[in-house]
Design a protein around this ligand. Structure first.
Ligand code: GLN
Length: 481
């Protein structure tokens, strides 16, 4: 068995027992990437030399000592490209480390490799990357999900031990579900956004993709915590996210939101989620029905708020400071053409939508109203959490879809995140973990179970996820590549 199929925890055991060295861990990745990434296309770039220099002097006794971590191409790592999978940032190199990167380094980890994504994190399939789509390791004809599709695919294909992604409306949980791994979106304010290229600032949050629930806790411990560079990061005393792992589920209450168990869900997904709920009952959890009555408005509210924020955030890409500049000596034409040439069609669609909902005359009807409904959605969760410790539901309505299937229908693509978006609007934490497989024309396609936790209760959320993981074998399955 190659080193690269190991979880972080299993790799660490080997490193600490001196049965493998950080250089060997890196070399194993290099050969695995050479073997499988030509078919997956999960990475946009990799810098072996920089990683090797860190591996040579890695201290394996640090919390993540000597462990390489792949990074979504939207998070700045000094000296590395950060394209956000956009032509507008082609050739740009980061001049500083994001806070999550400095924290990974302080924990002994080695940032290694830049993962493919939907351009500026806008999409659900990684087909919006300006540099070609990533493929789902379980069926190369299908999408790995998005926007962090590369980050999910490289972990599922054992060409990374773990990775970081970002989640604005589902971009960690949805690809984790479609690739059969664990993906955690922390509570808004838990992880610093400094050095994350902003898409929608009130929703974006960085989080881990891992092979096990414990690994997600280890990575979260390394990156979480107040950062003076990000005024929205909060000084809530962050507990050890792995502290409750292994505790049983006696007294734990899980809420089934009736609005998430609707017709239209793929029957194989529905059956797997119901079986997972039965498993939880057999493990001692109590299942109760809860209601999140404003769920039906979540997708509309998200596409008003997220596009409004994106239109402001992306104004900085004007050909002056970063990336692509159109060749002309007329200033106004330079702005216009740099953006026209640099941005892809989905990013343009979002900027236009966002500018429209903020424009005078439409602001009250769209943006202001969306903010009010966002409050109602958040209140739904607050009320549900008075009764339950976590919410249990599908991560996605269907398993991975075929590439090309939705590219002509943006609305259909937007609905891929129907179960993940409300969690971002409410600002709470959520994760996806493997809970079964669907059979689609002879292929096994992973199914993800979503658990949405109370704000700042990541340790409890991971405890609940871990109990199920330990009682099932889904997380042990690997795609045949
Ligand atoms: N798929 C959603 C979108 O396109 C969510 C993306 C994300 O979470 N970054 O906006």
């Amino acid at each position: 068995m190659s080193l690269t199929s190991l979880s972080i925890s299993a790799l660490q055991e080997k490193l600490r027992a001196r049965e493998a060295s950080p250089i060997e861990a890196l070399d194993a990745l290099e050969s695995r990437i050479a073997a499988v990434d030509p078919s997956i296309h999960g990475y946009l770039s990799r810098d072996y030399a920089a990683a090797r220099a860190l591996a040579e002097k890695a201290d394996v006794n640090l919390p993540l000592g000597g462990v390489p971590i792949a990074i979504k191409d939207v998070i700045n790592v000094i000296g590395e490209p950060c394209t956000c999978a956009s032509k507008i940032l082609l050739g740009y190199k980061s001049t500083y480390d994001a806070t999550v990167i400095s924290r990974l380094r302080a924990a002994g980890a080695i940032p290694f490799g830049r993962c493919n994504m939907d351009e500026f994190a806008m999409g659900s399939s990684t087909e919006n990357s300006a540099f070609g789509r990533s493929c789902n390791p379980w069926d190369l004809a299908r999408v790995p999900g998005g926007s962090s599709g590369g980050s999910a695919a490289v972990v599922a294909a054992d060409e990374a031990y773990a990775s970081l992604g970002s989640d604005t409306g589902g971009s960690i949980r949805q690809p984790a579900a479609l690739c059969g791994i664990v993906g955690l979106k922390p509570t808004y304010g838990c992880v610093s956004r400094y050095g994350l290229v902003a898409f929608a600032s009130s929703l974006d949050q960085i989080g881990p993709f891992t092979k096990t629930v414990r690994d997600a806790g280890l990575l979260l411990n390394a990156i979480a915590g107040r950062d003076p560079q990000d005024s929205t990061s909060l000084d809530v005393p962050t507990e050890d996210a792995t502290a409750l792992l292994g505790r049983d589920l006696k007294g734990v209450k899980l809420g089934m939101p009736k609005e998430y168990f609707i017709s239209g869900i793929d029957p194989q997904v529905d059956a797997s989620i119901r079986a997972a709920i039965a498993k939880y009952e057999s493990l001692g959890a109590e299942i109760v029905e809860v209601s999140l009555p404003h769920t039906e408005h979540a997708v509309s509210v998200y596409y008003v708020i997220a596009t409004a924020e994106a239109s402001a955030n992306l104004a900085r890409f004007d050909g002056v400071r970063y990336g692509h500049r159109a060749a002309t000596d007329n200033l106004l034409e330079m702005y216009g053409r740099s953006r026209a040439e640099g941005f892809g069609p989905e990013v343009k669609r979002r900027i236009i939508l966002g500018t429209y909902v903020l424009s005078s005359g439409y602001y009250d009807a769209y943006y202001l109203r969306a903010q009010k409904v966002r409050t109602l959605i958040r209140d739904d969760f607050t009320k549900a959490f008075e009764k339950v410790d976590a919410i249990i539901c599908p991560t996605t309505p269907e398993p991975a879809f075929l590439a090309g299937d939705r590219t002509d229908d943006p609305l259909k693509m937007y609905l891929a995140d129907i179960f993940t978006i409300a969690c971002n609007l409410a600002g709470t934490c959520g994760l996806s973990l493997p809970c079964g497989f669907a059979n689609e024309s002879g292929k096994q396609l992973p199914i993800g179970l979503q658990l949405i936790g109370q704000p700042w209760k990541e340790a409890r959320l991971l405890q609940i996820a871990h109990a199920y993981e330990q009682a099932t074998d889904w997380h042990k399955a690997r795609p045949a590549l």
